[in-house]
Design a protein around this ligand. Structure first.
Ligand code: ACO
Length: 401
């Protein structure tokens, strides 16, 4: 702690905390994490109870409104979201401007930001009703945009939303149906993807959520703030870890598989190698990430239901985890699997290409981002976020004449 008066001649204390290891940026009543216990609560409910008893629409309602919906509220919420799943037809033209081999996260960042140009009628952030409509539009349209980005990358026609399907069933159909062949939604697959959505829905003040809050604190519109969150999520230390983790497993499998795990782990422990065990470690969890446990369970279920019990990547992941949990390097640093360690294997089994993983994470996290943004704006005392710095440059000097 440094006395700010010595630095800037102002009153108050000044903390220097790179990476915000010990600085709270806000008050929030949405999500609670106890990293030492490995506990995660949404609005007070443990994540395992939510994953076992609710669907993503229940959880979205809970995150947005603070309580789980009763039957009538659930029906209304479902119908509201369903009624907003279509996107403006001109979005298709906007999408056509991208190269087909662009990364889906590059496309999604653009599409979400562009929503402020298509839905500018709800961008008055001082109006609570506008904020609510924007929230519903974002939650409802993200699956459509993600599926459109996928279809575009494949050179296939877009599949329009079908209103009699569930949120997750509709997304699966928009991803995998074609004009020649409809997609029959498999219950186990639908439930598994829905669980992925639930587990990724919010995670308090992580990098992308803090980005959404900081961006939104300037008073910008919700679509711009969420686009900033999508951009931040893309990085491999954050949401991009699911893609990086699967690539790591595939590479390891191609280079010897389980037999080479020990050798690979030595490389991970060698700081000069620059190799990290992707899907391992977390800034807050210093115990098993509760989401990883649930994801491992889902992984077994999906592989079993699809006849992929002997999936070599799952075996490889289990072996990596087994070795890591016994190795003093990981034990001493409290490094455990995080949510991304098993989610990639589930998505791959469902048929989702690796490049889409982070876009699907963004789809699920949108509800958390928008709830956090709304919580910030609903506080009458909120201020624009403005971190300070420790200046290390030149003292005042004159240009030589
Ligand atoms: N593999 C090997 N070593 C690791 C790993 C890892 N995955 N993660 C951390 N470490 C080591 C570091 O080298 C460091 O060792 P040292 O003390 O000897 O220098 C120590 O553990 C602490 O690591 P930090 O990087 O300081 O931890 P931080 O809290 O800043 O980082 C992070 C957390 C970014 C998640 C990190 O663990 C990581 O890079 N993991 C891999 C990427 C990943 O899976 N990200 C997803 C996070 S979950 C999410 O965003 C959904």
């Amino acid at each position: 702690v440094i006395d700010i008066r010595k630095l800037y001649g102002q009153t108050g204390m000044f903390t220097y905390d790179p990476g915000f290891l010990a600085t709270a940026s806000c008050e929030s009543s949405i999500t609670y994490i106890d990293g030492d216990k490995g506990q995660l609560l949404y609005r007070g409910y443990p994540i395992d109870q939510l994953a076992q008893n609710c669907d993503f629409m229940d959880v979205s309602y809970l995150i947005l409104n603070g309580e789980l919906p009763n039957a009538e509220q659930k029906r209304e919420f479902d119908s509201l979201v369903t009624n907003h799943t279509m996107v403006h037809e001109q979005m298709h033209m906007f999408l056509r401007g991208f190269r087909r081999d662009a990364h889906p996260m590059a496309v999604l960042t653009g599409l979400v930001g562009a929503m402020s140009a298509f839905y500018h009628d709800s961008t008055d952030i001082t109006n609570a009703r506008h904020r609510e409509i924007s929230a519903i539009r974002l939650i409802a349209k993200l699956p459509t945009l993600v599926a459109m980005a996928y279809k575009y990358s494949m050179g296939q026609p877009y599949i329009y939303p079908q209103n009699d399907l569930s949120y997750t069933g509709n997304f699966l159909r928009m991803m995998f149906a074609t004009p020649c062949e409809d997609y029959k939604v498999n219950d186990v697959v639908e439930r598994a993807l829905d669980r992925i959505f639930i587990l990724h829905a919010d995670h308090e003040q992580n990098a992308s959520t803090s980005t959404v809050r900081l961006c939104g604190s300037s008073g910008t519109n919700p679509f711009a703030a969420i686009a900033a969150g999508v951009a931040c999520l893309w990085g491999p230390a954050h949401g991009g870890a699911n893609e990086a983790c699967l690539q790591m497993l595939e590479e390891l499998q191609a280079n010897g598989g389980v037999a080479k795990v020990g050798e690979f782990m030595e490389k991970v422990k060698d700081k000069n190698s620059g190799v990290r065990l992707m899907g391992f470690g977390h800034r807050v969890y210093k115990n098993y990430d509760p989401r990883a446990k649930l994801m491992q369970e889902t992984c077994k279920e999906v592989l079993g239901a699809l006849g992929l019990e002997n999936d070599p990547l799952f075996k490889l992941a289990m072996e990596l985890e087994r070795i890591a949990l016994e190795d003093p390097y990981f034990v001493d640093r409290k490094l455990y699997p995080n949510v991304d360690f098993y989610s990639g294997i589930v998505q791959r089994a469902i048929g989702i290409p690796t490049s889409m993983f982070t876009a699907i994470f963004a789809l699920a996290r949108t509800v958390g981002w928008i709830a956090q943004w709304n919580e910030m704006l609903s506080d009458p005392d909120y201020k624009i976020g403005r971190p300070r710095q420790l200046y290390t440059g030149h003292a005042p000097r004159d240009i030589a004449k």
